[in-house]
Ligand binder design. Structure first.
Ligand code: SF4
Length: 100
């Protein structure tokens, strides 16, 4: 209904996919993401977080994962607790940046 609204979505739209984009280069290794969403995030020995799901796309400096609406909330929490806001969430259909 409010597709054109620029208001941030804090609740997933049923059936919608979301893209979680992680700027690994900016991670300072606090581990708050892992504490918030351990099924999606883990801190590695190099002091950087990484996605847990195997389907995540990974390079040395960035990672990306497409998630379903059911996994939106927990990933939003991980993004919100990251002190340097290197986890961003986009609406995969509209491209709207939802967080930060
Ligand atoms: S919360 Fe942010 S800075 Fe901390 S490990 Fe996760 S991504 Fe890195």
């Amino acid at each position: 209904m409010d597709k054109t609204s620029s208001q941030s979505q804090k609740h997933p739209i049923p059936g919608r996919k979301y893209r979680v984009v992680y700027d690994k280069a900016g991670c300072i290794g606090v581990g708050a993401c892992e504490a918030a969403a351990p099924l999606f995030w883990k801190l590695q020995e190099d002091g950087k977080a990484t996605f847990v799901p195997k389907e995540a796309k990974k390079s040395e400096t960035a990672e990306e994962l497409i998630i379903d609406g059911k996994d939106f909330k927990v990933n939003l929490e991980a993004a919100e607790v990251c002190p340097v806001q290197v986890i961003k969430i986009f609406d995969e259909e509209t491209g709207e940046q939802i967080f930060p």
